[in-house]
Design a protein around this ligand. Structure first.
Ligand code: OAD
Length: 244
């Protein structure tokens, strides 16, 4: 493990962690841009859009039903558990996840922003009311609200805005944190793709964890290449040893 990384993290007062689909890959959940992310030859960008849903809600919901089926059975992996340990080790901590799978919540983490929403939550397309819908598989596709209107997953699709409260909380912490660990994201989707640079602009230290180089590698102070389920527990162990 990189000595500089352990040194800087051990001096950190506010730790921010950002995760993407890679953190859940070792739980058996397909990432978006890997070849395993394809579903019936559709790419995520073709399904996760308001226009795809308007045109064909049934196909979009079948894709979410497929993902919910995989996620519902997926176990937490050592990477998820290590992030919960980091929360317990730092007085000031926030996790911003782009994942909608809800796995981080299962670790009992308290300080988290699910910036792209959660696929277990649904929203009425008429009333905007949200509720949890845990059925796997869904009883009917597309699922309907009591009012008769179609429900949609309460997630942020391409071309939609991130809810303002999630964005405000994130921007606020980008200015306050002194270190960021960014895990398992391709750095292809904004605004989160711009967060590592924002942390750097405020003098923060940026560590990337990924199986391969990404655009974030060019600006990160350190890139640790490997599975997050191996690297994050190792990082926790080293930090504990450093603190004595
Ligand atoms: P991507 O699928 O674009 O990227 C996954 C990243 O995880 C890649 O950089 C992989 O190299 C890395 N990775 C894979 N396995 C890993 C492992 N075991 N350990 C560490 N890293 C690993 O997923 P995201 O960057 O999360 O948005 O995608 C961002 C957004 O695009 C998603 O939130 C979703 C998607 O379309 C919406 O649905 C709005």
């Amino acid at each position: 493990m990189n000595e500089k990384v352990v040194e800087r993290l051990s001096q950190t007062r506010f730790l921010l962690v950002i995760t993407g689909a890679g953190i859940s890959a070792e739980s058996g959940i397909p990432t978006f841009r890997g070849t395993d992310g394809l579903w019936k030859n559709y790419r995520a960008e073709e399904l996760a859009t308001p226009s795809a849903f308007e045109r064909d809600p049934e196909t979009v919901w079948q894709w979410y039903d497929w993902r919910r089926g995989i996620i519902g059975k997926a176990p937490l992996n050592p990477g998820h558990l290590a992030i919960k340990e980091l929360e317990d080790m730092f007085e000031n901590f926030l996790l911003i996840t782009q994942n909608v799978d809800g796995l981080h919540a299962r670790t009992g983490i308290r300080n988290m922003v699910e910036i792209h929403g959660n696929l277990w939550r649904v929203r009425c397309t008429r009333e905007g009311k949200t509720s949890m819908l845990m059925d796997v598989p869904l009883k009917s596709i597309p699922p309907k609200c009591e009012c008769g209107a179609i429900l949609r997953p309460d997630v942020v699709w391409f071309g939609e805005s991130i809810p303002s409260h999630a964005l405000e909380q994130s921007f606020n912490i980008l200015e306050q944190c002194d270190s960021l660990i960014v895990v398992g994201t391709s750095g292809a989707v904004y605004p989160v793709a711009s967060f590592p640079q924002a942390v750097k602009d405020h003098g923060g230290f940026v560590v990337e964890v990924n199986v391969e180089p990404t655009p974030i590698s060019a600006i990160a102070d350190a890139s640790l290449f490997g599975n997050s389920g191996d690297i994050l527990p190792m990082l926790v162990k080293w930090l504990k040893e450093k603190r004595g």
